[in-house]
Design a protein around this ligand. Structure first.
Ligand code: BGC
Length: 754
């Protein structure tokens, strides 16, 4: 009786809240319609125009970087510009942001219709451009936590800190896949797996947006970069990818669909080209898939200068005006121009010449206005000063440390060499030991993240954190080499002789986008050489890899005692590393990408069967999902809810996990699934579920995974999503079970409209 009562209540509450949502949506639609009917063509085109803040600031002189009111007035009053983005060159304090946003909105309030400006900002691992913000591990690290609750908390904290700065819109999360390890933006992704990226991105959106992006501490998110940017054939940023449509549907589109379903109201186009079609000219993707199939209600913003690029870079049109027409008609609603009024002028001329129809302008502007209404900007476009009190709070900081600890993956630990005793003397060496920026990477305080002088003074780099942990007197520091040349390597060798262990911090320096291009994944020679020289002393060497992508370290793996794949663990990375190295934290990260062993043999874990047959060997350095702990987790009792299901049913898989070691810790439990026979070649196994649990020594928990029908489906030979009845195998660790899906020979999954 009580149960019935509760479930009826929940149902009533649910239908009440969906009724409220529906009535809000109706109200917003009405508001948009009314406003649109009062707007001139020029005002509408202004709404579709986004400028960088540099375009309305002094470029030089004593006021360099400050707003130039003449330019701002021109942008908003004359050109009706609806959106501004970016930062002049480095982060601003909350107060400076508040002043800046207030000045912008003050001008917007002088316009005839008082349409607020929507300010957008990159917030890749926290509020990138606000001084003192909580800067989390980079997305690749967050994926390594396999902990969706951390993503949700990161989203909520970032939203609060960005909104405290007066900004309601972030260009994040990045839902593209990281399947080309050379690419300089790998660290901005959630790794190589479509399912992992979907879950991580959706959790982040949930945290950042809550139920209502109009709430004072929430923001609108922007999925990027739609779609296929991350697979450049030559590994260089913004170059061509070839992704057959079947693979696009199977791997690349699902994370974006998950982001749309999670409620992201904006999407950024792909700066690069896929199959010869630049992202901003792709009608099929930008309109047919996004709006017609997924019923996306928000708007598409271009990436930086990418409409003009259709003419200047891709040469798919013979004039910049034609570039505007192609992009707008393909489905780009707002142009990140970013520095002039070319887009505005061309589009105005195109509409007047009837080359772009008015319905398309109305459609784009309605989408943009809807998001402005939903964000509550029409009610109050100004910063909420109250939020400053909650900015970078101690609890946000402790979430950050937790995330950093969970994001570091222990990939080698010979004879349980780690954790180290605190009563030893260590040599700390390597180019990344005495640097905060190397743990943070690009999109930190500045675009390239390399302005070490602007970094907070209260955060510890790896060297400082190790000193704080075991006492300065027990730590010797000799850098030994820069990224690519030996410096005081002989002194490092001499110092190693007096140490009990060497902690060698190698990897990459900071970069973002094209400046991060490389020609080889191999770790630069000097770093490998230093490692070998130190290993030759006979002292145990622990490698700490701080890097934005998996640089090949095969030549020095064998000689090391332990290795931490730390990637970019963020502002609290130093403390997290010291905690892990000396046993105050138990590592629980798992690799979100396959770590290559060789420069030219780049694998993915979900490879086809041919990679392991006929003499072929699948031989990465470490596989996707790999990661060690200081304790031992044992899996048992892998069970299925049913041995046979039909293609509309869920399968529930449970497994018992026991901490059989002597240290408490977290375990990322990964469920893989594969189908025996499919009409197309298919991976042996793919990630189908994961959960993160904490267990005291001796404690056990049962973890449950629900496999939904969509997960049984795949893109078949005719590019349609289908379910092929047959036998499926699920596995957790070494355990596996099989179940049958019975039904028609091949069933369409939800038709093509999904
Ligand atoms: C990047 C985007 C970013 C935009 C605005 C572009 O260069 O590709 O990811 O959001 O700049 O800063």
């Amino acid at each position: 009786m009580r149960r019935i009562y509760i479930s009826t209540l929940v149902l009533l509450m649910f239908s009440a809240s969906s009724a409220v949502a529906a009535s809000n949506a109706r109200r917003v639609n009405e508001e948009v319609k009314t406003l649109l009917s009062r707007m001139t063509l020029e005002e509408k085109i202004g709404q579709m125009t986004q400028l960088t803040i540099q375009a309305v600031s002094y470029a030089k002189g004593p006021d360099k970087g400050k707003i130039d009111m003449k330019k701002l007035d021109e942008a908003i009053l004359k050109y009706h510009v609806g959106s501004i983005l970016n930062v002049f060159d480095s982060s601003l304090s909350v107060q400076s942001w508040n002043t800046l946003i207030t000045r912008i909105q003050d001008v917007a309030m002088k316009t005839r219709l008082k349409i607020p400006v929507i300010y957008g900002i990159d917030a890749i691992h926290g509020a990138t451009y606000t001084k003192g913000a909580t800067l989390f591990p980079q997305p690749l690290n967050m994926a390594a936590t396999f902990d969706t609750t951390l993503l949700k908390r990161e989203g909520a904290i970032t939203a609060l800190e960005v909104r405290a700065s007066g900004i309601p819109w972030i260009f994040y999360p990045l839902m593209g896949l990281g399947r080309q390890p050379l690419w300089s933006r790998i660290y901005e992704t959630f790794g190589e797996d479509s399912y992992l990226a979907s879950r991580m991105g959706a959790s982040y959106i949930e945290g950042a947006q809550g139920d209502d992006i109009g709430a004072p501490d929430k923001v609108a998110t922007c999925l990027k970069h739609y779609v296929g940017y991350g697979l450049p054939l030559d590994g260089k940023d913004r170059t061509e990818a070839w992704i057959p449509w079947r693979m696009m549907e199977q791997y690349y589109l699902p994370p974006f669909k998950a982001g749309v379903e999670a409620g992201a109201p904006t999407i950024m186009g792909n700066s690069a080209e896929v199959n010869g079609i630049p992202g901003h000219a792709n009608y099929r993707l930008l309109t047919q898939v996004l709006h017609k199939r997924w019923h996306f209600k928000g708007f598409v913003v271009s990436d930086w200068g990418d409409i003009e690029n259709l003419y200047t870079k891709y040469r798919i049109v013979s004039s910049p005006e034609e570039a505007v027409r192609i992009a707008v008609m393909a489905g780009v609603d707002m142009s990140m121009v970013p520095s002039d009024y070319s887009f505005y002028n061309y589009l105005l001329a195109l509409v007047k010449a009837h080359k772009v129809p008015m319905w398309r302008i109305n459609q784009a502007v309605s989408r943009i206005l809807r998001v402005k209404f939903e964000l509550g900007l029409f009610k109050n476009p100004f910063p909420d000063k109250e939020l400053a009190a909650r900015f970078a709070s101690p609890s946000s900081d402790s979430t950050n440390l937790e995330a950093a600890e969970e994001s570091i993956t222990l990939v080698k630990n010979e004879n349980h060499f780690l954790p180290l005793s605190k009563n030893i003397k260590v040599l700390v060496a390597g180019p990344n030991a005495d640097d905060l920026s190397a743990m943070n990477g690009g999109w930190t305080i500045t675009w390239q993240g390399n302005a070490e002088n602007l970094y907070p003074k209260n955060k510890l780099n790896p060297l400082q954190a190790i000193q704080a942990k075991i006492g300065k007197q027990n730590v010797t520091y000799v850098q030994g080499c820069t990224y690519d040349s030996l410096t005081d390597a002989d002194s490092a060798v001499a110092a190693a002789k007096h140490a009990d262990a060497v902690i060698l911090c190698l990897g990459e320096h900071t970069y973002a986008e094209t400046p991060g291009n490389i020609n080889s994944l191999a770790l630069p020679w000097a770093q490998t050489k230093l490692a070998k020289m130190l290993m030759a002393t006979g002292k145990p060497v622990v490698l700490v890899m701080l890097e934005g992508r998996p640089r090949v370290i095969n030549p020095i793996v064998g000689g090391s005692k332990a290795i931490l794949a730390a990637f970019l663990p963020g502002m609290d990375g130093g403390e997290a590393l010291a905690n892990i190295l000396f046993g105050d934290a138990n590592p629980s990260g798992r690799l979100p990408i396959t770590y290559p062993r060789y420069d030219d043999a780049l694998y993915h874990y979900d490879h086809g069967r041919a990679s392991v047959m006929g003499g072929n060997v699948y031989d990465p350095q470490w596989n996707f999902g790999y990661g060690l702990s200081y304790t031992t987790f044992k899996y048992s009792d892998l069970r299925l809810s049913k041995e046979k299901i039909n293609e509309r049913e869920n399968e529930v898989v449970t497994v018992k996990v026991t901490n059989a070691g002597s240290m408490a810790g977290k375990d990322a439990v990964l469920l893989y699934m594969g189908e025996k026979v499919r009409q197309v070649s298919h991976p042996v196994k793919q990630l189908a579920g994961f959960g993160k649990i904490y267990l005291e020594p001796g404690q056990s928990k049962v973890v449950s995974f629900t496999i939904a029908p969509e997960q049984l489906s795949f893109i078949g030979i005719s590019n349609k999503r289908i379910i092929q009845p047959g036998s499926f195998k699920v596995s957790v660790g070494d355990l596996s079970r099989e179940f049958e899906v019975v039904g028609p020979r091949v069933g369409f999954f939800g038709g093509f409209s999904r």
